[in-house]
Design a protein around this ligand. Structure first.
Ligand code: FMN
Length: 136
């Protein structure tokens, strides 16, 4: 079955911008739903912004993104990558929470519509693979 990867950034709104428990809530629900839907990925928060990577089949991704896009706990969601993939980057994680790498922090600090977005996204994805995802 064809697999796709989506990466988006968004601005956290309300308590989820800095609190731990609201973030844990999101990870809990995501882990449960994403197992059911065979989706995998990671969620990072830094300075009140989210970056999420989601991988899976098209219909499952679209249905989940449809829910996520209308979630009032964040706003200004911008998809910065949506592409077919050969294999999953995070096969073991229905939804892991990880600290942002320096590359992700750098990306979140700038305009997600900038000219070098594709190269930046490649760089930040490489930085995630080097990190021991889900170890925290
Ligand atoms: C930043 C962020 C990331 C989210 N990621 C996911 C996700 O990967 N999977 C998911 O099912 N819901 C995710 N959610 C939650 C959805 O917006 C929604 O609340 C949830 O899917 C509803 O699930 P339920 O119908 O089982 O209650 C996320 C929400 C936010 C704010």
């Amino acid at each position: 079955m064809a697999l796709f990867r989506i990466v988006y950034v968004s601005e956290a709104a309300g308590p989820v911008a800095s609190g731990l428990m609201p973030l844990v809530d999101i990870i809990g629900v995501s882990d449960r739903n994403n197992r059911r839907d065979h989706l995998t990925g990671v969620l990072m928060r830094h300075d009140g912004r989210f970056l999420q990577v989601l991988e899976g089949a098209r219909a499952d991704l679209d249905r989940t993104l449809g829910r996520v896009m209308t979630d009032s706990r964040h706003a200004n969601l911008t998809v910065v990558l949506d592409a077919p993939i050969e294999q999953r980057m995070f096969p073991d994680w229905a939804m892991a929470r990880m600290e942002a790498t320096p590359e992700v922090e750098h990306f979140l600090a700038q305009n997600p519509d900038g000219p070098d977005v594709a190269a930046e996204v490649d760089r930040l994805l490489a930085s995630l693979v080097e990190t021991n995802v889900g170890a925290q």
